[in-house]
Ligand binder design. Structure first.
Ligand SMILES: *Cc1c(COP(=O)(O)O)cnc(C)c1O
Length: 416
């Protein structure tokens, strides 16, 4: 069932692909905190192991609590299936290694999450080269495509650059070369957009962030749209999965690298993230409202430069109207003039917590250059919009009047 066909967004978060638990009637899916599942006969376990009968064998491969989380997220993204991972980084890594082979190339945006940029560095040791574009546009991607290019990877709203990808234009170009478009939609969430409707082929989330919502469990998830013709992708490892048709990518992932690396999601964390998912709509509505209000306030404040995609002054304003219905997400960055001022502002805030996370219900701030981007080169920082005086703000659900007052008093102290 697709969102919108019979259920609206918030109803779907609770009811789509979910009926509680059949044996006990429990209204939330319980935590199956167990490693292995016993079966009454050797014949039955043989069938379960060979995907010939439904059932569970071992939690690294599948678990009812994790399975429920996967089905609910897949439905929210209008995908054909999902594989949950131990973290967002595991999801990013597995989504790519599932189709990459030594000698292959990826094209990626340069405004990415720092961990993902580091990962592309690690992939060099496996013979995989990443080519970065400054802006994720068809014009910049096209000249870099060659016979070795296996995927284009981008963050829909870059963290922390906050650049927005025009999915329709980019996916049309990428598809004209027979390549899949893999989108990290962590900061957009299914609340802002269903990327598959705009041509994305695979979506990954760090569900540690907005899907969890409470900052209490790390997880990641990979969803396939079912639209990409995997049989046409030049990839030796995919050949034996061709018989799965549109499920080839997910079947390979589940039966191959994902299960063998062992990056499975723990049942407890799947439970926390399922509970979080249910309030995604309410939280995002409030977060987007708060973010715009704070951005407008900071924009009118002397000595502060604001970057927020839904601000009229943003180069992405029009695209945000078209693609996200005017909502700009829950992250903004500001420039204060110097590192000293940035530190002083952070230290003067009463409510905003100084921590390396996004997507919490609390407002979080961080100085990226000295923390999450400390391993990156000066050029990588610049490409990601990370300067010495940049502060990233992940807005929370606090009352906006309190947040504005807090930032206002901290900015005054900063100028002292
Ligand atoms: C946090 C984040 C990740 C990594 O997720 P973890 O759950 O921390 O491993 C990947 N991409 C984006 C955009 C993120 O914000």
């Amino acid at each position: 069932m697709k969102v919108g066909e019979s259920m609206k967004f918030n109803t779907a978060l609770l009811h789509q692909n979910f009926n509680g638990e059949e044996f006990t009637g429990s209204t939330v899916m319980p935590i199956y905190q167990v490693s292995a599942f016993a079966h009454e006969s050797a014949e039955k376990l043989e069938k379960v192991f060979n995907n010939k009968a439904p059932g569970f064998a071992y939690t690294r491969i599948s678990n009812p609590t994790v399975d429920s989380f996967e089905k609910r997220v897949a439905a929210m993204e209008n995908g054909i299936g999902a594989v949950a991972c131990s973290s967002g980084m595991a999801a990013v890594t597995m989504s790519l290694l599932n189709i990459l082979e030594s000698g292959d190339e990826i094209i990626a945006g340069s405004g990415l999450f720092g961990g993902t940029i580091d990962l592309f560095g690690d992939l060099k040791a496996l013979g995989i080269t990443t080519r970065f574009v400054q802006n994720v546009t068809a014009e910049e991607i096209e000249p870099l495509i060659n016979h070795k290019t296996k995927a284009v990877f981008a963050e829909l709203i870059g963290n922390p650059k906050l650049d927005v990808v025009d999915l329709k234009k980019v996916s049309e170009l990428v598809h004209s070369h027979g390549i899949p478009l893999i989108i990290d939609s962590t900061t957009a969430t299914p609340y802002l957009i269903h990327p598959f409707e705009y041509g994305a082929d695979v979506v990954v989330h760090s569900s540690s962030k907005y899907i969890n919502g409470g900052g209490n469990a790390i997880s990641g998830i990979i969803i396939d749209s079912g639209n990409f013709r995997w049989e046409n992708l030049r990839c030796k490892g995919l050949e034996e999965y061709r018989r799965y048709g549109k499920f080839a990518y997910l079947a390979k992932l589940r039966n191959g690298i994902w299960r063998n690396v062992g990056g499975c999601l723990a049942p407890m964390n799947a439970f926390m993230n399922s509970v979080g998912l249910e309030t995604l709509g309410l939280r995002m509505e409030r977060l987007c409202y708060n973010a715009l209000k704070l951005a407008e306030f900071l924009d009118s404040t002397d000595g502060i430069e604001v970057n927020y995609p839904a601000l009229k002054s943003s180069p992405y304003y029009e695209l945000v109207q078209k693609q996200f219905g005017g909502k700009g997400g829950a992250i903004l960055t500001i420039r204060t003039g110097s590192k000293e001022k940035a530190f002083k502002l952070i230290n003067s805030l009463k409510y905003a917590v100084n921590a390396t996370n996004i997507g919490d219900i609390r407002t979080l701030v961080i100085h990226p250059a000295s923390t999450i981007y400390t391993h990156n080169s000066e050029e990588q920082k610049k490409n990601a919009g990370v300067y010495d005086d940049t502060i990233r703000i992940s807005i929370g659900i606090e009352d906006i009047a309190d947040l504005i007052e807090d930032f206002s008093q901290a900015i005054e102290k900063m100028e002292d």
